[in-house]
Design a binder for this molecule. Structure first.
Ligand SMILES: Nc1ncnc2c1ncn2[C@@H]1O[C@H](COP(=O)(O)OP(=O)(O)O)[C@@H](O)[C@H]1O
Ligand SMILES: [Mg+2]
Length: 380
């Protein structure tokens, strides 16, 4: 029996734990039709929390409803790639090509609104919405629509963002069956939304599910189900121990499952397997999640985290500032940055704690490389 767990970014987990409400909300909006809230979503969450997986899962929901799904990752030429896919799907549906510039939706469009300037001036980009509109026309007869997902939305350049926002907004206003589901890292998305340009206004109207940890009891149930389903056995207590070790963090669910399974070989899973497997999972989490996340941060951000790691539980802001030899105003700037980055969360008045499991242990182990006495920009 192959190992059922999938500790790889974007890989579909054997069981999707704790996300049913998001799937249900999307299904409901598909049923309710154009203009329903969950057809436009901007999901945020820290690395490894399952954003890419959710885009895929929501795509599956749309597919089950007979919709066409186009998955894209932000980057140069993204809109053209989406357009090409839309065109191919439309051709598969057997609908004839429209003459350029003669699609119905352009005729009904009130020119001059919602970012049309960029749109009209750039034929490369214009093509994307035409192809999408043609596909929507073709699907209209079948009562279905198009679901576009955009991963790593924070990496989209402003030009494409403007066109994407303007055109999708237009399609929504025309009552088209279009869904746009985007995902990105919390701080990067915050920054995107902080501006006052038109795409920003549009994006602010999107539903904004924040993906976080899932309930540990559901994780335990999932271990029991997956392992039994793969003709292996684990006791309730050990399943609970595994689940607790994940702290409900999705990437860790797959890592713990994978390494515990691997330890066990062919026999039943024992307490020793769990102990060793969890330790391996923890080490992999450091390399796969903590290390890249910390590399994205500034030296002072990292110092703040290392100072937090001296505590065994939630840290007081006053203590962190004192350990950094800075005043509390200085420390609070970095607290805000780290909150937006999804690295920490508030844990009651004046308290912060780590968001990801085992970050504390990782920081303690690697403190020497991570701390810096340098200021990195904030003057205060
Ligand atoms: N709800 C979930 N239940 C169980 N495992 C999950 C869940 N969501 C994601 N995973 C697993 O977590 C890992 C990271 O998922 P991914 O979607 O790549 O995260 P992100 O895009 O947020 O960095 C993958 O191994 C995936 O299978
Ligand atoms: Mg991802």
């Amino acid at each position: 029996m192959p190992n059922p767990f999938k500790p790889t970014a974007g890989a579909a987990p054997p069981l999707l734990v704790g996300r049913q409400p998001i799937l249900d909300a999307f299904q409901e909006s598909i049923d309710d039709g154009p203009g329903s809230p969950y057809l436009l979503q901007l999901m945020t969450g820290a690395r490894g929390v399952g954003k890419t997986v959710m885009l895929n899962e929501l795509g599956e929901v749309a597919l089950r409803n007979g919709w066409v799904v186009i998955h894209a990752t932000a980057g140069p030429g993204m809109l053209e790639r989406i357009a090409r896919r839309a065109k191919r799907y439309r051709q598969e549906l057997g609908t004839p090509d429209h003459a350029p510039g003669a699609t119905s939706w352009k005729i009904t469009t009130p020119v001059g609104e919602v970012g049309r300037e960029t749109y009209d001036s750039d034929p490369e980009l214009r093509v994307w919405a035409d192809d999408l509109a043609d596909l929507l026309d073709a699907l209209q007869e079948h009562g279905t629509g198009v679901c576009v997902t955009v991963d790593e939305i924070h990496s989209l350049d402003l030009d494409q963002m403007q066109v994407l926002a303007g055109d999708i907004q237009m399609l929504i206003r025309e009552g088209r069956r279009i869904a746009l589901i985007m995902a990105g890292l919390p701080r990067a998305v915050e920054e995107l939304l902080a501006g006052d340009s038109r795409p920003t206004t549009f994006l602010r109207r999107a539903e904004r599910p924040l993906l976080g940890a899932v309930p540990v009891t559901e994780v335990a149930d999932s271990f029991l189900e997956i392992i039994a389903g793969a003709s292996r056995s684990i006791s309730d207590d050990l399943a609970t121990a595994c689940a607790q070790a994940t702290q409900g963090y999705p990437f860790m669910i797959q890592l713990v499952g994978y390494h515990v399974w691997r330890q066990a070989g062919v026999g039943p899973i024992t307490a020793d397997h769990v102990t060793t497997g969890v330790a391996s999972a923890q080490a992999r989490l450091g390399a796969l999640v903590h290390e890249p996340a910390l590399a994205d941060l500034s030296a002072v951000d990292r110092t703040f985290l290392v100072m937090m790691a001296r505590d065994d539980g939630p840290s007081r802001m006053g203590d962190i500032a004192a350990r950094m030899n800075k005043d509390s105003r200085y420390a609070s700037v970095y607290r805000d940055r780290l909150l937006k980055a999804g690295m920490i969360r508030t844990a009651g008045y004046g308290l912060v704690d780590f968001e990801a499991p085992y970050l504390r242990e990782y920081l303690r182990e690697h403190a020497a490389h991570l701390v810096s006495g340098q200021d990195d920009g904030y003057q205060g």
